[in-house]
Design a protein around this ligand. Sequence first.
Ligand SMILES: Cc1ncc(COP(=O)(O)O)c(C=O)c1O
Length: 469
Amino acid sequence: MEKKWHDQIRTEILGLDTKIPLSDGTKQPYVNLDNAATTPPLFAVVQAVQAFLPWYSSVHRGFGYKSQLATEVYAEARRIALDFFGAPADQYIALFVKNASEGLNKLSKRLPLDKAEVLTTWMEHHSNDLPWRLRKQAQFIELTKDGCLDLADLERKLKMARRAIKLVTVCGASNVTGIINPIQTIAELAQHYGAQLVVDAAQLAPHYPIKMQAGPVPIAFLTLSGHKIYAPFGSGVLIGPRAAFQDGTPDQVGGGTVIAVSRGEIVFAPPPDREEVGTPNLIGVLALAVGLRWLARNNFPRLVAYETKLTKYAYNRLKTVPGLTLYGPPPERYPRVGVISFNLEGIPHGLVAAYLSFEAGIGVRHGCFCARPYVHHLLGLSEAEIISAEKLAKMGKKCLLPGMVRISFGFYNTKTEIDQLVDALKTLRTEEEKIKNRYRIDPATGEYLPIVGNFKAALLRHTKTFFNL
Ligand SMILES: Cc1ncc(COP(=O)(O)O)c(C=O)c1O
């Protein structure tokens, strides 16, 4: 029954049967264990985009039929986004952005909190760290040894700030360990000390239902990227209280943001228009809304339950690989989305990723995952080690840097794929020396590449085919 359901659900994703070349010249179906970076598209999304493209026209900028239709499609997508996150339209507004990074940057520039302090955490993706470091007075919540948020430190910092902290911003789920943060508890603590909560939902929203008003204290702001929720085409959404965007100067200004402009006066439009400069990415927005709607209509809780089981299965299977270190608390002990990072003793993370890609057809990510302070913490690096790692980073030698290998799942991944991964890692372990000799480090990029063949040239030939259709 479960298998039948899952076989069917896999047919909803585009490209799962795509065969990729291995270094021995054979081809095999790609095993994509890199969904935290980006997910493959849903057929439903691709079909919606294809159906709409003949009708495609400008949003808010014409009175022809197609233009009016485009404007309505854009407005409907906004309603769907608000609805998906349980955000009543009289209180919240959905702003379309390029991705979660842009959503967080917008907030850091736009919120009327000039003198306020912001509390973020040491487990964040750089996109929920750097905007606050550079534009506000940021403090950072400390971590426990195994990489969870130290809630006592959160409370201590809120208390010591004596209500100067106006914003607490945390990831819903980590892109390194998959740890799901206790959003409601954090929202309650924040509110108690006079702060609002921002949730970077880039990793959480695709894998776990999240509502703005799920508990007694609402989430104030939430952002995510379409490309991580089965909807490519370059859009994301930022949801926040309507009132937060009512006044002040938008972070970017120009066409579409005003209702009146004369030689001497500028009057900005009410939100959302004032916050969305220029012609919007209508196709991306349609894709995102169709992706969200697909999850809502396809038993999202069942998909979540499936991914949770798969995560536990993968974590426990990985433990059987000799010399493998896993980071973060076990999923049986702490809730996690399907993101697992690890290292294989004595084998550089870059080489593990290269072997998996070139010889097993398995796509993973390796390195620091745009979350360097968190990865440093999990690896237990000393200050001196961090300084020397950052030196390597400045030279672009990412394979030589301390880092990890990361696997991450979507609802379409299977136990068989996990078994393939574990088998490949065991082979790598037992044939370590032989396999190491099959790779060299590219001096320019620091990447591991097979010694035999010319992978980069073949990749370029493949690339060119997409421009000559
Ligand atoms: C937790 C988290 N936040 C933010 C981002 C940034 O997402 P994007 O690159 O789509 O802007 C990512 C991307 O991996 C992420 O994992």
